[in-house]
Design a protein around this ligand. Structure first.
Ligand code: ZN
Length: 105
């Protein structure tokens, strides 16, 4: 995983990314267990390319409403301006990949 942002379930585990689902009906939020995602979809499952498939398989744990909103969160993301150029490029790539995946899902 060099010179790119985390994409697969294995990458997400390695970088401790959080996967948050939010219900559009009851607004409840929950974080998904990555080991469960790995069991369900496999370690090489692409979280961006397959967001639609992932949404179709998920439901709100509170009210059971289908297709919750999926978002990714990097708990290690540093706030402020002390970010290298490479890091900021990687971050904006990651952000636009997320927006594309979200729009397509
Ligand atoms: Zn709900």
């Amino acid at each position: 995983m060099k010179d790119r942002y985390p994409r697969t379930v294995a990458d997400f585990v390695e970088t401790a990314r959080l996967v948050i689902i939010e219900c559009e009906d009851c607004r409840r939020k929950a974080s998904l267990d990555l080991s469960l995602l790995e069991l369900t979809f496999g370690a090489d499952f692409d979280m961006y390319a397959s967001m639609r498939e992932m949404r179709n398989r998920l439901a709100c744990p509170g009210c059971g409403s289908p297709r919750p909103i999926i978002s990714f969160y990097d708990p290690h993301e540093r706030a402020g301006t002390d970010v290298s150029f490479d890091e900021s490029v990687t971050r904006s790539l990651e952000f636009s990949a997320y927006n594309r995946a979200r729009a397509a899902s």
